[in-house]
Design a protein around this ligand. Structure first.
Ligand code: NDP
Ligand code: GDP
Length: 330
């Protein structure tokens, strides 16, 4: 028997799952993760390996769409804290797979809330909500009181999951909190997201492996932070006496174009020589601007973003250069 606190993380193989696993292990937790079955079992834990936690967490077979399996995992683990990070998380894909996105990102959260309610109602629950829920922004700076206006099937699914989390808190007294996290990146960000696509391309172009990269809307702006900082906010939310919802953001918004400039400048290149625009990467409906106000997280959790955008970009480009030189893929 162990007295260590137990955490269960869904989405453990993703970017945030890797950073959160590391944080919780450092804090002495016994960390469990939900793993969906994949034919590519050899690469499924590549982020966990990269960050140095593979083998230190206990993995359980399960899928967000399979309630009985989730209840089984809850009964096996008996977690003190549940972090629901699993999702079909790529906005662009959500137009190509709207029903899958609704099933996993939306109803999957309802499955998780049901599994917690039925099997371990004392567990504290974290829901990975998203700034995408603000979509067509209703206020220039978005806080917990800003009305939502989702602009994609992903955002609509996240909004359902968000309100279900609030509802289970209010209906059943679950200690359920929702973090409305603005975009956060790292060397472990999926290659399809614009930041990683840019840093990987800048590194490839620097190494002579390619010459151009095609992007979509360069004028969109995002409030970009570092995943390593943002998982600390998740943990802090579950340490509070009362569950609540919090915006997590840096308070600075920068265009895709300026992100490119920074990444290419880091390797001594000019984006104007290498970036092209391809309408294939435009979206049916765009979220033009996101800018978060994280004052509540600062005042109540004592949380602030620690990493500057410049440092984030440098870290990502350096990691991509190192990976490419070693012929590694992620
Ligand atoms: P990733 O896309 O890196 O990770 C998603 C995770 O969900 C992966 O582990 C994936 O598993 C898992 N998953 C997908 N479908 C299922 C399923 N049906 N059953 C079980 N697991 C599944 O996301 P991030 O780490 O970047 O984000 C974490 C969460 O935070 C997500 O919910 C995302 O939508 C949300 N979010 C992210 C933001 C960001 O900027 N990163 C901003 C705001 C919210 P597999 O490895 O097998 O694919
Ligand atoms: P999102 O904010 O969750 O949709 O994160 P992304 O990184 O996928 O996209 C951020 C912004 O970059 C959006 O406004 C996109 O339209 C814009 N963008 C411009 N070019 C690209 C591209 O080539 N790929 C992606 N993923 N986004 C792009």
């Amino acid at each position: 028997m162990t007295n260590r606190k137990k955490a269960l993380i869904t989405g453990v193989t993703g970017q945030d799952g890797a950073y959160l696993s590391k944080l919780l292990l450092e804090k002495g937790y016994e960390v469990h993760g939900l793993l969906r079955r994949s034919a590519s079992a050899d690469v499924v834990d590549s982020r966990l390996k990269w960050i140095g936690v593979a083998g230190k967490i206990v993995l359980h077979d399960g899928n967000l769409t399979d309630l009985s399996g989730l209840i089984r995992v809850m009964n096996e683990v008996r977690p003190d804290e549940v972090y629901n990070l699993a999702a079909q998380s790529f906005v662009k894909s959500s137009w190509q797979q709207p029903l899958l996105t609704g099933t996993v990102t939306g109803l999957g959260t309802a499955n998780m809330l049901e599994a917690v309610r039925l099997a371990c109602p004392e567990a504290r629950f974290y829901q990975a909500s998203s700034s995408e829920m603000y979509g067509l922004i209703q206020e220039p700076v978005q806080s917990e009181t800003t009305p939502f206006y989702p602009r994609s099937p992903y955002a609509a699914a996240k909004l359902y999951a968000h309100w279900m989390t609030v509802n289970y808190r209010e209906s059943f007294g679950l200690h359920a909190s929702s973090g409305i996290l603005f975009n956060h990146e790292s060397p472990l960000r999926g290659i399809e997201f614009v930041t990683r696509k840019i840093t990987d391309a800048a590194a490839r172009i620097k190494l002579g492996l390619q010459d151009k990269v095609a992007l979509g809307n360069l004028d969109a702006t995002r409030d970009w932070g570092h995943a390593r900082d943002y998982v600390k906010a998740m943990w802090l939310m579950l340490q509070q006496d009362k569950p609540d919802d919090y915006v997590v953001a840096t308070g600075r918004t920068v265009s895709v174009r300026d992100f490119c400039r920074l990444a290419f400048a880091h390797v001594g290149l000019s984006m104007e020589d290498h970036v092209t625009v391809d309408p294939r990467f435009l979206r049916p409906a765009e979220v033009d601007v996101l800018l978060g106000d994280a004052s509540k997280a600062k005042n109540k959790l004592g949380w602030t973003a620690e990493t500057s955008l410049e440092d984030l970009v440098s870290e990502m480009v350096e990691a991509d250069l190192a990976r490419l030189k070693k012929h590694e893929h992620l």
